[in-house]
Design a protein around this ligand. Structure first.
Ligand code: SF4
Length: 410
């Protein structure tokens, strides 16, 4: 969309064409990391840099794109997110090749957002410049902590200076939009430690900060240690106090707390993730990638194979993408009731909440079955939820209880 002359005829015509198209996010999974972190339940495979099939993986992704994109006419590309794994290990030229093929397949929004997740151990100023050169405008850096002991506990390969340098390098390299990830609620961390760490990061100038409480996932090394009762944990009340300390620190520095775990300076929200929270379609590409798209009037969720060998060896011209087996691990239709429950689950994480009436109308289902009406009244009376017409939102002082609130509404 032209921004140079937005009032001119052709630009107006194009804008209205764009408005008729459905926004689409594309998620590309890069499944390798240098080492597996003990808390992480994303699909990632430890590998050294030399062993990575940079070009072969790009070629397979492009072949998958060619097959899947044909089913997605009438979309406009709103965001591309390279996640993982550690996509900053990937040669930028190979990543750029995939990006340019994605952009060729869809009408592209003027405000297209292209994000790459980066680890401090595989990111520096040169890598930042190279990513910008191939069309990336946003990096999300996994800083996680600025304390040597906690970084070691989390199994991270970088030290505190490495995290700070990665953020500064991204800004100095001219990456237009920089985000930093932090983990709080780690054993031994006080709420004032959490506040101090997030302040140091914010003062470097990233436009976006994601701050997650450490969660122990069952399929991880931390999950195994927790079952054996050998994992030191932070008490729940200290985690809650850290959540509040992080919020107060970042809000005082001018960030908007726009989603339970996410903060942005004005205009700096992650458009890709906002798309997830609003229930938009996203095309998933790559090993272990999830996608949710509407195909032939049916909303489907799929997940690709977890096997790199199977993915790289697939005959993409003939492979069957409509049922599990081959390169598809799972595929299921999402009915309208399930889609509405997912909208609640994700939309209530946003500060603005969710227009339940609009979502239900779009999906063609009843927004207010008796049970949900009663649950809403109970939650409003307890201060856990606010209702204005059909809009539901969780007030910020009740975000700590969001999981329970959302499950009562489901
Ligand atoms: S680097 Fe990131 S994706 Fe890889 S194992 Fe660690 S947390 Fe998971």
């Amino acid at each position: 969309m032209s921004v140079a002359n937005p009032g001119a005829g052709p630009a107006r015509g194009r804008a209205s064409t764009e408005e008729r198209l459905t926004p689409l996010g594309v998620y590309v999974h890069f499944p390798w990391c240098l080492k597996k972190c003990p808390y992480c339940d994303f699909w990632s495979i430890p590998s050294d840099r030399q062993g990575l099939p940079h070009d072969a993986y790009a070629a397979a992704l492009i072949a998958e794109l060619e097959r899947r994109a044909g089913q997605l006419e009438g979309r406009r590309l709103a965001s591309v997110f390279f996640g993982g794994g550690t996509p900053s290990l990937w040669q930028p030229e190979a990543l750029g090749r995939v990006l340019s093929h994605i952009m060729k397949h869809f009408a592209t929004e003027a405000a297209l957002e292209v994000t790459v997740e980066c680890n401090p151990s595989s990111f520096d100023r040169d890598r930042g410049r190279a990513l910008v050169d191939v069309g990336v405008d946003r990096v999300s850096i996994g800083v996680q902590s600025l304390d040597a002991e906690r970084l070691a506990f989390l199994g991270r390969l970088h030290d505190a200076d490495g995290g700070l340098c990665a953020v500064s390098d991204a800004i100095a390299a001219g990456v237009p939009r920089v985000s930093a990830d932090l983990i709080f609620g780690v054993h031994g961390q006080s709420p004032s430690d959490a506040a101090a760490e997030v302040r140091r990061i914010a003062e470097l100038g990233p436009e976006h900060v994601s701050a997650y409480a450490l969660t122990v996932e069952p399929g991880t090394e931390f999950g195994r240690r927790a079952r054996q009762r050998s994992l030191p944990l932070c008490p729940d009340d200290a985690v809650a106090e850290s959540f509040i300390a992080v919020d107060e620190t970042l809000v005082a520095l001018g960030y908007e707390h726009y989603e339970i775990s996410n903060f942005a300076r004005p205009g700096g929200r992650s458009r890709h993730n906002v798309g997830y929270w609003l229930g938009r379609e996203y095309l998933g590409l790559g090993v272990a990638a999830w996608g949710t798209v509407r195909v032939d009037d049916e909303r489907v969720r799929y997940r690709n194979t977890l096997s790199v060998e199977r993915y790289l060896g697939a005959d993409w011209q003939s492979v069957d993408l409509t049922r599990p087996g081959g390169v598809v691990l799972e595929r299921e239709p999402i009915d309208a009731e399930t889609a509405l429950r997912e909208r609640l689950l994700l939309g209530l994480r946003l500060a603005e909440g969710l227009d339940l009436g609009a979502a239900a109308q779009e999906l063609g289902v009843e927004p207010w079955p008796d049970e949900r009406r009663r649950a809403t009244a109970r939650l409003v009376a307890r201060g856990r939820l606010e209702q204005v017409g059909n809009v539901l939102r969780i007030p910020k002082n009740a975000w700590l209880f969001a999981d329970g609130t959302i499950s009562e509404l489901m």
